[in-house]
Design a protein around this ligand. Structure first.
Ligand SMILES: Nc1nc2c(c(=O)[nH]1)N[C@H]1C(S)=C(S)[C@@H](COP(=O)(O)OP(=O)(O)OC[C@H]3O[C@@H](n4cnc5c(N)ncnc54)[C@H](O)[C@@H]3O)O[C@H]1N2
Ligand code: MOO
Length: 340
């Protein structure tokens, strides 16, 4: 600690809290330990009777917590991220756009392994809104050795300064095939299309066509193909996905696609979902549960496809841990553990 005249204190770091007392009104720290004194604080501090203060002497190679947090944030942030702070040594990383947040967990863990460094994030692959808080970083002590921050910066470079990014959602064109002879014949009212329309709107996409099909493999296949010819980027095929004698949608999708990523996903509700591709066009087979549950496995996968990802079987398998919807009375998805 070093005692300095208040006029010489701008830019220096306060060594302890400075208490302000206004009788009957306020008692507490007006300036906190670690605060970097600004020019405009000088008069306020004089009003508080502080003509001299103790400041922290930063040795060569010491970095103050604010600067450390700023350097860590710059080292880890990729596309579509902005910062707020530092406030009390903490910087928050926020989303510039609505999209899917991608966290490089391996890189994140390596950074947190460095003593005194803290980077906390939300879960990877979560759908996030513009301005949403995605991560926060700070160091544990008030000052830290430059080498430690340099190590973070090295790791940041190793991971292409892409430890945390947001992939923006694209407004893609979607076609819907509603499957079920009972619906096709008008025995029951269609409940699937309104649910899909709500999702298409929710994710900022457009519906380019709807086809109804009885439970007939060839007819379903043709309707999927005709929507693709019409320009669909994604086809949502609804119903007929389970094990009944009439459930032929999985076979129809197989026939329409070049490759099936998976039939079945370890996420409930929606475990009988199928994802396949015809070229770059994603074809989903959506099981009946989507009619009565607001969010299913489709809501985990569809935003990722909209964010430009081509999903693999490994992506789908990895949903098992966290893939059971807790079934809350009021659904707060995606701000919940489902799919995390
Ligand atoms: N023995 C088994 N039964 C079921 C299994 C299973 O593994 N073994 N899985 C269950 C799960 S999980 C789900 S989800 C559903 C999957 O249902 P499907 O996709 O096959 O749906 P459907 O059989 O076509 O229809 C179920 C039910 O919903 C009505 N429905 C269907 N489409 C519409 C529509 N567009 N509008 C209104 N109502 C619709 C349909 O009439 C049926 O009553 O299977 C479980 N069973
Ligand atoms: O496939 Mo069902 O949708 O688990 O609920």
């Amino acid at each position: 600690m070093k005692k300095v005249r208040i006029e010489d204190a701008a830019g220096l770091v306060l060594a302890h809290d400075l208490t302000k007392i206004i009788p009957g009104e306020f008692k507490g720290p007006a300036f906190k330990k670690g605060y970097v004194i600004k020019k405009e604080d000088v008069e306020i501090l004089k009003d508080m009777g502080k003509y001299h203060i103790y400041v922290l002497e930063l040795n060569k190679g010491d970095i103050h917590e604010n600067e450390a947090a700023e350097r860590i944030a710059r080292a880890i942030a990729g596309d579509n991220i902005y910062f707020s702070g530092p406030s009390e040594g903490k910087i928050e990383l926020k989303a510039k756009k609505r999209g899917i947040v991608k966290i490089n967990v391996e890189g994140l863990n390596k950074i947190n392994e460095i003593d005194d460094i803290v980077v906390a994030t939300i879960h990877t692959n979560t759908l996030v809104g513009e301005g949403q808080n995605l991560a926060a970083t700070r160091i544990i002590p008030l000052v830290i050795k430059d080498e430690k921050i340099k190590k973070v910066e090295e790791l940041g470079r190793e991971y292409y300064n892409n430890i945390i990014t947001v992939k923006a959602l694209k407004p893609l064109r979607i076609g819907v095939v509603v499957v079920g002879t009972e619906v096709y014949e008008g025995r029951i009212k269609d409940k699937f299309l309104p649910v899909m329309e709500e999702k298409i709107k929710r994710y900022g996409c457009s519906l380019i066509g709807t086809k109804y099909s009885p439970d007939d493999t060839k007819l379903i296949e043709n309707k999927i193909k005709s929507l693709i010819e019409k320009g669909a980027d994604i086809v949502l095929t609804c119903g007929g996905m389970s094990v009944d004698a009439d459930d032929v949608t999985p076979q129809a999708i197989r026939n329409a696609a070049d490759r099936v990523v998976s039939y079945g996903i370890p996420a409930i509700p929606g475990n009988m979902l199928m994802l396949a591709y015809r070229g770059k066009i994603a074809i989903f087979g959506i099981p009946g549960s989507a009619i009565y549950v607001k969010n299913t496995s489709l809501d985990l996968l569809l935003p990722r496809v909209l964010a430009g990802e081509t999903l693999t079987r490994k992506d789908m398998i990895s949903y098992g841990h966290g893939g059971l919807c807790p079934g809350c009375k009021v659904c707060v998805f995606p701000d919940c553990p489902f799919g995390k």
